[in-house]
Write a protein that binds this ligand. Structure first.
Ligand code: ATP
Ligand code: ATP
Ligand code: MG
Ligand code: MG
Length: 305
């Protein structure tokens, strides 16, 4: 090839173009677009891979290891801080759901970019902070934590809230079961299979009764972090709850893409200024959302004095 320095260069007279557009360039077109539908809530849920085994290996307390939950929450707070576009997150066990507002334009809403950024940022902080929470249990291969992740879009506030409620109900059901199961085993001296057999087909009321009558445990007195999981959001001044409009059909959405670049930057800055708080409260009822209208509206509230 007379005018090429390398075999992969397509001989052309313009040497600058030669370097950029060579004959392998076409492979780029195999990349598939994966942009998520505009103006919808995006939830990225991550979940620990094989945490059943990992929790055994590092001797997590049963049914709830407080250090492990605090570590999950600390890593998630860092994710919220690094990505001001996130408006709320909810975590339980080895999972966390991170929520982007419908007007989010981060990475042009590309699925792969959003999910991988969340998963790797979370994992990096989880590993970095491990020794702070488990000083006596150094993290060693092959027992290293990793997380999978997926993005799901939800078309309106009602469905987004139903998603959040679903995760919190799941937390409650699992925690009541696990608390009862492990009390029967650890305090009642039952075998795992016997406890499992007895709990098969029981309702919530039955489990509450087993805990109370046999072990004197009132489930209501268990820690909120175990019963309700963890919700993270940016803190502004709470507002007087006022009845929200019909949740299914909100006011006309503001596309962030229609906001000017400087407007978007300003909102990001305001979000960064707000403190990310860790809460263990009911997110199923309206009250949580009515007092914190900035979460669903995406408009930063008033910073507390
Ligand atoms: P997968 O890879 O399919 O997610 P997994 O083993 O991670 O499998 P999960 O359904 O995600 O299974 O369940 C996570 C498990 O991790 C729980 O069942 C529990 O055994 C353990 N676990 C997670 N967090 C804690 C914690 N804070 N305290 C005690 N155990 C925990
Ligand atoms: P994005 O967050 O969109 O991925 P980015 O800045 O990471 O943005 P990439 O398209 O991923 O951009 O490109 C990676 C860039 O990082 C390269 O253009 C190059 O400048 C730099 N880079 C990556 N690996 C090396 C390396 N081994 N040595 C020097 N520079 C590198
Ligand atoms: Mg898991
Ligand atoms: Mg899980």
């Amino acid at each position: 090839m007379a005018n090429s320095r390398y075999a992969w260069e397509i001989p052309k007279t313009n040497s600058v173009r030669l370097l950029k557009e060579h004959r392998f360039e076409y492979v780029k077109s195999f990349e598939q677009p994966d942009v998520l539908l505009p103006n919808t809530w995006i939830v990225v849920r991550i979940d620990g891979r094989g945490f059943h085994k990992l929790s055994d290996h590092y001797a997590f307390a049963k049914p709830n290891d407080r250090r492990a939950l605090d570590l999950m929450n600390a890593a998630a707070v860092e994710v919220m801080k690094e990505l001001p576009d996130l408006c709320i997150a909810y975590g339980v066990s080895d999972e966390f759901s991170f929520v982007f507002h419908p007007n989010c334009q981060l990475f042009e809403r590309r699925n792969g970019k959003l999910v991988t950024t969340i998963v790797s940022t979370f994992t990096a902080h989880y590993v970095y902070k491990w020794s702070e929470y488990f000083p006596d249990r150094p993290l060693l291969p092959p027992h290293l934590p990793s997380f999978d992740g997926r993005a799901v879009i939800y078309p309106n506030n009602r469905i987004l809230r139903d998603y959040m409620s679903w995760r919190q109900v799941d937390c409650h059901i699992n925690n009541l079961y696990n608390t009862t199961f492990w009390t029967m085993v650890l305090q009642g001296g039952m075998s795992n299979t016997d406890a499992e057999q007895e709990l098969k087909g029981t309702l919530s009321a039955d489990k509450n009764e087993i805990l109370f009558k046999r072990f004197g445990i009132n489930y209501n007195n268990e820690l909120e972090i175990y019963k309700k999981g963890t919700v993270l959001y940016r803190q502004y001044e709470l507002e007087e709850p006022k009845p929200t409009k019909s949740l299914a059909d909100e006011e006309a959405p503001v596309f962030e893409s229609k906001q000017s670049k400087s407007q978007q930057d300003k909102i990001r800055k305001l979000r960064r200024k707000a403190q990310v708080v860790i809460d263990h409260v009911d997110i199923i009822k309206d009250e949580f959302w009515e007092k914190r209208p900035w979460i669903l509206s995406g408009n930063p509230g008033k910073l507390p004095a």
